[in-house]
Unconditional design. Sequence first.
Length: 214
Amino acid sequence: MLKLMIVDDQVILKESLKYIFSQDTDFFVVGTAENGQEAVERTPLYEPDVILMDIKMPIMDGVEATKRIKTLYPHVRIIVLTTFLEEGYIVDAMRYGASGYLLKDALPEEIKRALIIVSEGGTYMNPNAVTKLVDRFSRAMDAEVVTDAKSFEALTEREIAILKQIVEGFSNIEIAGHLFISEGTVKNHITKILIKLNLRDRTQLAIYAIRSGL
């Protein structure tokens, strides 16, 4: 059961999300907050596994709260849940440690899927946010990936299959089920892929694969 904290200054949305996930046996809503400052203060009290974080809030916004929480409690996973699909918000949120970026029109099933994926160490993003992030990285932020990363020719067919699953946003458990292998085997393959391509993490893997046309 994942411990979830919901941070949003819109009371109706916050309470709706709290009700939805309180009915789901996969989650335990440990608490809520109405702004970033409350989120930072309550994180050590509630000890959430994952936080759903709004962006625009009074006193302290979600980007700053994400930065502070990830600095103090790096094990806590954060998904930004917002109405804003602006490049600056997306880049800053991911730079400061968010593991996901969703829009508030996402269905509960998609939010649940995102929560599970990030709790397992993955990343989950709205497709349009991915496009904006990749475009931004292409222009400036992650240019070194292009020059330093090696060719996909170094990968085996199995490794390419796993990489395609990562791009689709599947968790290690889901990839294991799709390819009929163990979760441990998936993790070992991902480690080998990172080494072969000279990349740091799953996010860079996904970005590089998208930019390379995989």
